[in-house]
Design a protein around this ligand. Structure first.
Ligand SMILES: [Zn+2]
Length: 244
């Protein structure tokens, strides 16, 4: 059953929300309007990007190190538009992300350090996207490694015991996981009120978006089928897991 947006994120206290995704611009593209909605409600949002997006360019004069710096600065600026509390990068190589035990340990460390109530990641099962494209392999790897870190690694002190013994990081149970980029949503949020802020944040990813006016037009065309250009309605979709 798909739940209405009024109920599912009407938490009765302020939440700490951690967004773990693969690349700079993923948070804004996948769920930037929802992040804005949550920040406007007073919740605190933290980003962890697993790579710095150091491969995706057609500019033959740019190397990976320079591109990494540019993408990080753009991500900080975009997060600032939304009011995100903190952005951190794990600096794995863009395009080569695999859900191995090292990545799982590094994500577990971040979860146990930030200790979020709510965690947002993407769906590792999405091989083909809703618009008949291929999903980026880093997105699938990021979702898989993050879900594996949430359960059971972050929960059990004997998992990655060095985090507990040497780094003094206590186990942590994430209460809810919100999975974006999914073809099996069970939560659909009406994010019409924050859609323009999502577009403003996307404008900060200057090295990725091309012509900003064309991007804005594409994003505004993503209104729901039943809405009109004069009175558009926008949605972001998730699969929600209740764990704690
Ligand atoms: Zn991406």
């Amino acid at each position: 059953m798909v739940e209405t947006d009024k109920v599912v994120d009407a938490w009765d206290s302020l939440q700490k929300i951690l967004v773990i995704l693969a690349h700079p611009d993923d948070p804004e593209y996948f769920c930037g309007a929802t992040i804005t909605r949550w920040i406007r409600a007073g919740h605190h949002v933290f980003y962890c990007l697993l790579t710095c997006g150091d491969k995706g360019t057609k500019d033959l004069t740019l190397g990976s190190d320079e591109l990494c710096s540019i993408r990080q600065m753009e991500q900080y600026a975009a997060a600032n538009v939304l009011g995100v509390d903190d952005v951190r990068f794990l600096n794995y190589a863009d395009g080569y992300l695999v859900p191995d035990i090292n990545l799982r340990r590094d994500i577990t460390r971040v979860i146990r350090t930030i200790r979020p109530d709510i965690l947002v990641t993407c769906d590792p099962q999405t091989l083909f996207t809703a618009n008949a494209g291929l999903n980026h392999p880093d997105h699938r790897a990021a979702g898989q490694a993050t879900l594996d870190a949430v359960f059971p690694a972050a929960r059990d002190h004997l998992s990655f015991i060095e985090l507990w013994k040497d780094e003094k990081l206590e186990p942590h149970i994430v209460r809810e996981v919100w999975v974006c980029g999914t073809l099996q949503p069970d939560v659909i949020l009406d994010v019409t009120e924050t859609w323009e802020t999502k577009i403003l944040a996307l404008f900060e990813h200057k090295s990725q978006i091309g012509d900003p006016e064309k991007l804005a037009e594409r994003m505004r065309n993503r209104r729901t089928a039943e809405s009109t250009p004069e009175k558009p309605k926008y949605e972001e979709k998730f699969r929600r897991l209740i764990l704690g």
